[in-house]
Write a protein that binds this ligand. Structure first.
Ligand code: 3HC
Length: 288
């Protein structure tokens, strides 16, 4: 069931998070427009949605056919076209404050006062992003986890000026996707989940950088001893080593040398075919 007052959703970004958020919104019955800055990025994101819907259909996890769901998903490279008439905008652009502010200012110019402006930022301040618009009460964080189609939790992050009604509507939207919202009422860096995940990923990366542990063993330890679905290195490959790198750099947190090396080499994880593990020529994250 969709939420009263939300029919059209614009998702800005067709990358790992953007295409997943667009997919779950279309699955829930919303009319979605997914936008990225280049046609190639839009096409790649759309292809990923098609792949994912096909997988879900094969496993009988969805009631409608992928084709029917896709009738609710449009794409564009034009930001104004994407957000005009939208009731909710979810920004899922790269993790740079200047870029996000630029996007929010442009979005404000093309939306009505009642449109909710959400950011999927992993760790940037919602209060800081909201400074780009004249009415910061409309801005809220909706922080999804990767892969959005599979992960249940979404953080609803309150900026200092976010209206209570906007955060509530954001939480209702999350519930309408069949997911569980948690309110993060203090706009702290990393919110709740990434504040906890930071040391989970950082500590083993420092240990490996300093020759105190090996990647496969560290992952195996967390999976077998702690019962996590993935070890920290496999998880970094899934979310993108560059994403964690951005989060640390923006937050002034030192980057472990092993992560720095991977980013410099362009080995960012699954999306580039290689990260801490090799997904093209090697056997992937085979550590169990
Ligand atoms: N859509 C549809 N199907 C998908 C899919 C997608 N997006 N992604 C994977 N699948 C498929 C796989 O291809 C596989 O299909 P197959 O059986 O035909 O090969 C199937 O789903 C099942 O996958 P798995 O057996 O590998 O694994 P599970 O279903 O048991 O779980 C997982 C997969 C949910 C990713 C699980 O490993 C997990 O929970 N990992 C941890 C993820 C996590 O912690 N994410 C949060 C990261 S932090 C973050 O996002 C914050 C941000 O700010 C950086």
């Amino acid at each position: 069931m969709t939420v009263d007052g939300i029919t059209r959703v614009a998702v800005l970004g067709a990358g790992n998070m953007g295409h997943g958020i667009a997919e779950v919104a279309a699955l829930a019955g919303y009319q979605v427009t997914m936008r990225d800055v280049e046609q190639g990025l839009v096409d790649e994101g759309y292809g990923n949605v098609e792949w994912s819907l096909q997988k879900l259909a094969e496993k009988e996890r969805i009631d409608e056919s992928p084709e029917t769901v896709l009738t609710r998903l449009d794409t564009t490279v034009d930001l104004a076209e994407a957000v005009t008439g939208a009731d909710l905008v979810v920004e899922a652009a790269p993790e740079r404050m200047d870029l996000k502010r630029e996007i929010f200012a442009e979005v404000e110019a093309h939306t009505d006062e009642g449109t909710i402006l959400a950011s999927n930022t992993s760790s940037l301040s919602i209060t800081g992003i909201a400074e780009a618009v004249s009415d910061p009460s409309r801005v809220v964080g909706l922080h999804f986890f990767n892969p959005p189609v599979k992960m249940d939790l979404v953080e609803v992050v309150h900026g200092e000026k976010t209206a209570g009604s906007v955060a509530e509507k954001g939480a209702e939207f999350v519930e309408s996707l069949g997911k569980t919202p948690i309110h993060v009422r203090k706009d702290v860096q990393g919110f709740v989940v990434n504040s906890i995940l930071g040391p989970f990923g950082g500590e083993p990366a420092w240990m490996v950088s300093e020759g105190e542990a090996a990647i496969r063993e560290a992952d195996a330890a967390m999976v077998h001893e702690r019962g996590y679905p993935m070890g920290p290195f496999e998880l970094a490959d899934l979310t993108g080593i560059d994403v964690g790198h951005h989060v640390r750099t923006e937050g002034g947190i030192p980057v472990p040398p092993i992560a720095e090396e991977k980013v410099e080499a362009g080995d960012l994880g699954r999306k580039t075919g290689r990260g801490y593990y090799d997904y093209e020529d090697g056997d992937g994250a085979d550590y169990e």
